[in-house]
Design a protein around this ligand. Sequence first.
Ligand SMILES: C[S@@+](CC[C@H](N)C(=O)[O-])C[C@H]1O[C@@H](n2cnc3c(N)ncnc32)[C@H](O)[C@@H]1O
Length: 210
Amino acid sequence: MEGRWYGLVYRTVYRLGLTVWERDQPPSELVDLVEGASPLPPGRALDLGCGTGTDSVYLAARGWEVTGVDMVPRALEAAARRAARAGVTPRFVLGDVTRLADHGIGGGHTLVLDFGCFHTLPDDRRDAYVRAIGAAAAPGATLLLFGFRRAPRFPMRAGVSGAEVRDRFGRAGWEVVSADQALSGALAERGAGQLFDLRGFRLCRAGPPS
Ligand SMILES: C[S@@+](CC[C@H](N)C(=O)[O-])C[C@H]1O[C@@H](n2cnc3c(N)ncnc32)[C@H](O)[C@@H]1O
C-alpha cells in the first residue's frame, strides 16, 4: 500500500489532528459481543486499521491477546501511549492490512475487528484483504466490520454496502449474521456518524469455533 495516495491522506489527517472518527470508548456493538448476554470467550483478536488503539486497548484489558495493525506510524505511537496508560500490552504492527502474512500476522484469531478501514480500501485491494483475514481468522471466528454506506464529502472514494459484504466475504466462506445495522451509541450521534451513515456488519467464518 506504500505510495498509494490514500495512505498520504491518512498520514495527513493524523498529522493535522483531523481524525473525526476518534473516540475514547469502544462501539457498543463490540461491548455487546465481549460483555453482553452471550459473550465471546477471550481469545486472539485482530484490530485492522486500529488507529490510536481504543478498541485494541479495550479488548486487551478484557483478557484478549490483541494485535492491532495500522499503516500510519503516528497513529500507532498514540496507540502505544494509550496502552501504556491502561497498563496493557497489545501488539501493534505497522503494516498493510491487505498483506497480513508479510507482516508476520499468523492465524487463529477468533475475533477480527475493522472499524473504518475496509471501506476506504481501493477496489483492487479488497479481495486481497478478504484473503488476508481468511488466513488470519480461526474457524468459527467473528468479524465485526464498520464502514460508511456513503461518504459525500470524504476526500476518498469510500463506502461499503450490504451487497458487497455478502458477495465479497460470502465467496470466502464468511456468513453474514447481521448486516447494514446503523451504528448505535455515542459516535453515531456525533457529526461523523450522521454525515457518513456508518453501518455495522457481523459475520461468522464457516467452521466450528476453536
Ligand atoms: C477511519 S480510521 C479508524 C481508526 C480506528 N479503527 C478507530 O476507530 O479509531 C481508519 C484507519 O485504517 C487505517 N488504514 C487504512 N487503510 C489501511 C491499510 N491498507 N493498512 C493498514 N491500515 C490502514 C488508517 O491509517 C486509519 O488509522
